[in-house]
Design a binder for this molecule. Structure first.
Ligand code: FMN
Length: 369
């Protein structure tokens, strides 16, 4: 496993489900990661947690991320993931959620670097695949210790370090700090994977080059436009029409049908995920690259980069609609559609039933801030 020269799909709880990862593979992604699995739940053989370790045959370079605080659990979970085809195991050291940190996992590991070092070392000793860590810059603005954490991780045997350029306290309230990411990349000899706010191919290129990172990782970008991987590889934007986007979204529904099964139970399970994806899909804006570049400079936070659209088709307006009930309706029609044309016809009918509320649909607050 070479951690250099790659564009990683970030670990994304709920979003990084297997059908979505397949969709990313279709659009140029080569390196996927699982949703975060709780190691203690894997040890208890929890069905939902074990399901998170599963990979699709098309995923040839697949890393499993675990949340862990104790080495025996981490090793057992790591071995279960390796049995199921994981190419490497990543330890989550950035999850800010209270329930995770109070159990000694996620971002709290940043506050206990020596403990993290021992955890990494024991995993490296026991597992037959590389072990990586995904960190934030620190717990808070006053406690940015990513440099020390990264050094300890490397000295303990971590094969690569992914750095999300924010602190635990920041959540998504500020732009990712790539100067810090660059600093860590310059200090370490293991590959550093830069992460945070990459939404376009040219940001990927700029930040990758300027930071000196070995690789980059993208999360919300592909959640909004799964074709971002292809754009980065081709150094060129793809600005799909509403109809072309319907085909992409329908592909996800079809992958969900294969994964969850094409029956009432499968539909019910898929509907826990498919409508959720539209929270992100609805933020896509087909802006020309030059304009987008300006907008990105003016508003480094991606959730503020929304432009008003005029003269939009009803289908385009529907795809930008932020309402949950609309997302549920879109998901149901995609599931029931027989082909892409049928999906477009069905969604055009939905658009008539759900006219936009006022102004431009799509003024969504960030969901994961
Ligand atoms: C819906 C969602 C779920 C996430 N789940 C995880 C997770 O399970 N593990 C993790 O390390 N980071 C998780 N993250 C953080 C991302 O992996 C990534 O570090 C962060 O979003 C910054 O990258 P981006 O600007 O490209 O999105 C999640 C982010 C989002 C938006």
């Amino acid at each position: 496993m070479d951690f250099r020269g790659r564009v990683f799909l970030a670990p994304l709880t709920k979003g990084g489900n297997l059908p979505f990862r397949r969709l990313c593979l279709r659009h140029g992604c080569t390196t996927t990661m699982s949703e975060m699995a709780y190691s203690y739940q894997v040890v208890r053989r929890s069905k939902t947690e074990l399901a998170l370790l599963r990979k699709h045959a098309e995923e040839t370079c697949f890393g499993v991320q675990i949340a862990a605080s104790k080495a025996p659990d981490a090793i057992a979970a790591g071995l279960a993931a390796v049995e199921r085809g994981a190419s490497w195991i990543d330890i989550n050291c950035g999850c800010p959620i209270h329930d995770v940190v109070r159990r000694g996992m996620g971002a709290v590991l940043l506050q206990r670097p020596a403990h993290l070092g021992r955890l990494v070392a024991e995993m490296v000793k026991a597992l037959p695949v590389p072990v990586t860590v995904k960190i934030r810059l620190g717990w808070s603005e006053d406690d940015k210790n990513a440099s020390d954490v990264a050094r300890i991780a490397e000295e303990s045997g971590a094969a690569a370090i992914a750095v999300h350029g924010r602190t635990r306290e920041q959540r998504y309230s500020r732009a990712a700090d790539w100067e810090w990411v660059a600093r860590i990349a310059s200090e370490r000899s293991v590959p550093v994977i830069g992460n945070g706010d990459i939404l376009t191919w040219y940001e990927a290129e700029d930040l990758w080059q300027k930071s000196g990172c070995a690789s980059i990782m993208i999360g919300r970008g592909p959640l909004m436009k799964p074709w971002l991987f292809r754009e980065i590889a081709d150094k060129q934007a793809w600005e799909p029409t509403a109809e072309e986007r319907v085909a992409v979204y329908r592909q996800l529904a079809m992958f969900m049908k294969e994964h969850f099964r094409d029956d009432a139970k499968g539909r019910e399970r898929a509907m826990r995920f498919l409508p959720w994806h539209f929270e992100f899909f609805c933020r896509y804006r087909p802006l020309p690259a030059a304009q987008w570049r300006e907008a990105a400079k003016a508003h480094p936070l991606m959730q503020t980069r929304m432009e008003a659209g005029e003269g939009l088709s009803v289908l385009e307006q529907l795809l930008r609609d932020p309402r949950e009930e609309v997302h549920g309706k879109i998901a149901g029609e995609l599931w029931d559609s027989v082909d892409d044309c049928d999906a477009v016809a069905r969604l055009t009918a939905v658009a008539a039933a759900f006219p936009p509320v006022s102004g431009e649909a799509g003024e969504v607050a960030t969901a994961h801030g």
